[in-house]
Design a protein around this ligand. Structure first.
Ligand SMILES: Cc1ncc(COP(=O)(O)O)c(C=O)c1O
Length: 420
């Protein structure tokens, strides 16, 4: 692997990356052909530090009781751990604990809102989304439109990948605006607070898809003034299987149940049932307290690093990646080529080499990236591209790894006889 002079220590001192890397067992392993793992796919799912692994293990070893169930100590401890994690998530976002609903992932959090809004939307109403959405923040809204007879509209994407915020699309017919906090392909960060202001002036709700925003930037839901914010714990050092829906208290209270069952009820008779207030209304079944323990530990870990430092570290890496890829003939970056209002997702095309071939060659070299349309097919279409290769960065990535990516792309070009 090529290195900048000084390697890891060359990074400006936002984060102690060497110390961080020693917390992530998976980063120490070798992969294909004995190469060290260069993990550039945190946008899909992040690696987990020992602090998170220990929290999950300790839950099962010591406290494995069903939270909010049972009269015994283990159940009580499970409840405490689960509710403690909720309080940590709330503090991380500047929210109140009863505004935090645990879901399976960001996808389920968005579906929860899209399904429970069904009875509030009628034919002639409009749902406004954007062309740059991940399918998780697109298909549920298409389905809501189909169920209700509402019309789906969308902000288009400009040729440089930024959002064309055409304010004429926000009218008194608009009932909900759903927009990503950061594109998982181009890294573009749309002006969510400004769009929320416009939506509210028109009497519409605003849902932000924070799957790529919350893990990488400081987020304050009051400053953004979003009604709903959805994200996944597994992209921010936490375990798989636990996501979050933040909702303003009155917005959550106005929604009917989504999934029904145990513990979300108040009174159940054979004739019918009444329901708990949020967040319990939206959390039927035995709660995922082990996953919550892990997410709580992930939030402690990120908070100790400082989200400003996390964002600054990624900005430096992204700037380096943009520079390094721009220098390679035949490589075209999707989206803005500066870090202004742009996070650490760098997708690109390599002229004459299919993204799957680029991905395979990189994998042989130990460099893990994502290839395809990254669940953002309309965005790729809008940018005139079939598919792309994507590198995403996180707290443990180094300049040397960015260089390994650039070297790997050059190698793929030579291997496939493509223009260099
Ligand atoms: C922008 C964005 N939204 C939503 C999702 C869905 O996240 P999950 O699959 O964890 O529900 C992703 C996942 O990659 C994403 O990048």
């Amino acid at each position: 692997m090529s290195e900048l002079p000084g390697g890891v220590s060359q990074l400006p001192g936002y984060l102690d990356v060497e110390a961080i890397r020693s917390d992530f067992p998976a980063l120490a392993r070798t992969v294909r052909n004995g190469n060290p793992l260069v993990y550039l796919d945190s946008g899909a799912t992040s690696q987990k530090p020992v602090q998170v692994l220990d929290a999950v293990r300790s839950f099962y070893e010591l406290h494995n009781g069903a939270a909010h169930r049972g009269a015994h100590l283990l159940s009580e401890e499970g409840t405490e751990i689960y509710e403690d994690a909720r309080a940590k998530v709330a503090a991380f976002l500047g929210a109140h604990a009863d505004e935090i609903v645990f879901t399976k992932n960001a996808t389920e959090a968005i579906n929860l809102v899209a399904y429970t809004l069904t009875s509030s939307i009628k034919p002639g109403d409009e749902i406004l989304i954007t062309e740059m959405e991940h399918h998780a923040n697109l298909v549920p809204w298409q389905q809501l439109a189909q169920r209700t007879g509402a019309t789906l509209r969308w902000f288009k994407v400009l040729p440089d990948g930024r959002l064309d915020v055409d304010t004429s699309l926000i009218t008194e017919r608009t009932k909900i605006v759903a927009v990503t906090g950061q594109s998982n392909v181009t890294g573009v960060i749309p002006p969510v607070a400004e769009i929320a202001r416009l939506a509210h002036e028109a009497g519409a709700l605003l849902l932000a898809d924070g799957a790529q925003l919350v893990p990488h930037h400081p987020v304050d839901v009051t400053a953004l003034d979003v009604d709903f914010l959805a994200f996944s714990g597994h992209k921010m050092l936490g375990p798989l299987g636990l996501g979050v829906l933040y909702g303003k208290r009155d917005r959550l209270e106005a929604l009917p149940p989504f999934l029904a069952g145990g513990d979300m009820i108040e009174v159940v008779r054979m004739e019918g049932s009444t329901f708990q207030p949020p967040p319990a209304r939206f959390e039927p079944g035995v709660p995922p307290a082990a996953e919550a323990a892990g997410l709580g530990a992930a939030i402690d870990y990120l908070s100790a690093l400082g989200m400003d430092n996390v964002a600054a570290h990624e900005e430096v890496l992204t700037a380096h990646a943009l520079d390094a890829l721009r220098e390679i003939n035949g490589v075209h970056i999707l989206g803005p080529d500066t870090t202004k209002d742009r996070g650490g997702a760098v997708a690109f095309e390599v002229e004459g080499v299919h993204p799957h071939d680029v991905g395979q060659v990189l994998d042989e070299l130990g460099v893990a990236v994502r290839t395809g349309h990254h669940c953002a097919w309309p965005l790729h279409r809008a940018l005139g591209v079939q598919a792309s290769t994507r590198a995403t960065f996180y707290v443990y990535n180094t300049h040397a790894e960015v260089n390994a990516l650039a070297d790997g792309i050059r190698y793929a070009q030579r291997f496939f006889g493509a223009r260099q």
